[in-house]
Design a protein around this ligand. Structure first.
Ligand code: SAM
Length: 291
C-alpha cells in the first residue's frame, strides 16, 4: 500500500483480497476443508484479475505457475477457521459487536451463526466492499448477522470517526479482527490502528490479529510464474521492524496470547505443506481487554 489513491478488487492491495478469496475457494473445494466459504469462488469468477487465479482445487492443479497454491490454500483454511472460532468464542462470552478490519472478501457476516443482538461492521476501501456486496447480492446471499454495516474508509484516515458515524458503540465490548492486514500498513499506521482499537474498546473486548515477525526477504524464494505475483506483493508490503501486537498492547490492560501458525495447522491435522512457504512464519495473536 504505497499510494494514497483508492484501489479496487483487481488493483493495488485490493488484489490481495482476491488472492485470499481464491485460496479460500481452493480450500473450500477440498473434501477435508478446514473452512467452507461458499462465496469465495464466486468472487474469483466475477473479477477479471490480471493473473489467472484458481476458484477450486481442480483449477489450481491445472494452472501453470500455481505451485504455491496448495500451501496458500491450507494457510487460508487454517486462518479462516481460527478466526471463525474467535467470533464463536466472542459470541459465547456475550460479545456481540464485531468489527472486521480490512475485511476484503471476508464473508463471515454472510456465513457464520450470529447471536440475535449481533452487529457486524466491516471496514475496507469503498470499491472493494462495493464489489463484494454486488457479487453477494447477485447470488441472492443475505447477511446471517442481524445488523450488517459495511464502512468504506481508508484505514490510514479517520476510520474510527466513520465507524462511530455508522453506529459503532464504544461502551459495548467489541470482537475485533485484523486478518491479512498488518504487512500492508506502514509502522506508524499500524501504531495508530492499535491505539484507536484500544481507545474504542470497552473492557471485555477481544482482538484477533495475524502478524509476521519478520517479512524481510520472505518472498525471495518464489520463482517461476509466481515471481510476477511475488514482485507485486513486494511493492505492497512493509518490512520495517516493528513491535508485535502483544508488545503494543502490553501495559494497556490487555491480556495477550500468541499462537504460531504452524502449531495451529498441526492442531487441526493439516500441517503446512511446502518447506519455505511464507505463511509458515505467521503468528496469530489473541487479546482481551481486561479493565
Ligand atoms: C490480504 S487482503 C485481506 C482481506 C481479508 N481480511 C481476508 O483475510 O480475506 C488485505 C485487505 O486489506 C485492505 N486494506 C489494506 N490497506 C487498507 C487501508 N489503508 N484501508 C482500507 N483497507 C485496506 C485491502 O483493500 C484488502 O481488502
Amino acid at each position: 500500500m504505497s499510494t494514497e489513491r483508492q484501489w479496487d478488487i483487481v488493483s493495488g492491495v485490493g488484489i490481495t483480497a482476491l488472492a485470499v478469496a481464491s485460496a479460500r475457494a481452493v480450500e473450500s473445494s477440498r473434501p477435508d476443508a478446514l473452512a467452507r466459504d461458499p462465496y469465495a469462488g464466486r468472487f474469483v469468477e466475477a473479477a477479471r484479475p490480471p493473473y489467472p487465479l484458481p476458484a477450486s482445487a481442480a483449477e489450481a492443479e491445472g494452472l501453470e505457475g500455481a505451485e504455491g497454491w496448495p500451501a496458500f490454500a491450507t494457510y487460508a483454511g487454517v486462518r479462516t477457521r481460527v478466526f471463525d472460532e474467535h467470533f464463536e468464542r466472542a459470541a459465547e462470552a456475550g460479545v456481540t459487536q464485531a468489527v472486521v478490519m480490512a475485511s476484503g472478501l471476508d464473508t463471515r457476516a454472510f456465513r457464520l451463526r450470529w447471536p440475535a443482538d449481533a452487529v457486524c461492521y466491516e471496514i475496507d476501501q469503498p470499491l472493494v466492499l462495493g464489489f463484494k456486496l454486488d457479487v453477494l447480492r447477485g447470488h441472492g446471499a443475505a447477511p446471517t448477522v442481524p445488523v450488517h454495516r459495511p464502512v468504506g474508509v481508508d484505514l490510514r484516515h479517520d476510520w474510527a470517526g466513520a465507524l462511530e458515524d455508522a453506529g459503532f458503540d464504544r461502551s459495548r465490548p467489541t470482537a475485533w479482527l485484523a486478518e491479512g492486514l498488518l504487512p500492508y500498513l506502514p509502522p506508524e499506521a499500524e501504531e495508530a490502528l492499535f491505539a484507536e482499537i484500544h481507545r474504542l474498546s470497552a473492557p471485555g473486548s477481544l482482538l484477533a490479529v495475524e502478524y509476521y515477525p519478520d517479512m524481510r526477504g520472505a518472498l525471495d524464494g518464489v520463482s517461476g510464474r509466481s515471481r510476477e505475483w511475488a514482485a507485486q506483493l513486494e511493492t505492497l508490503i512493509h518490512t520495517d521492524e516493528r513491535p508485535t501486537p502483544g508488545e503494543r498492547l502490553a501495559g494497556l490492560s490487555w491480556r495477550t496470547r500468541d499462537e504460531p501458525m504452524v502449531d495451529v495447522a498441526r492442531r487441526y491435522g493439516r500441517p503446512l505443506e511446502g518447506p519455505s512457504h511464507v505463511a509458515g512464519s505467521a503468528v496469530f495473536a489473541f487479546a482481551e481487554r481486561v479493565s
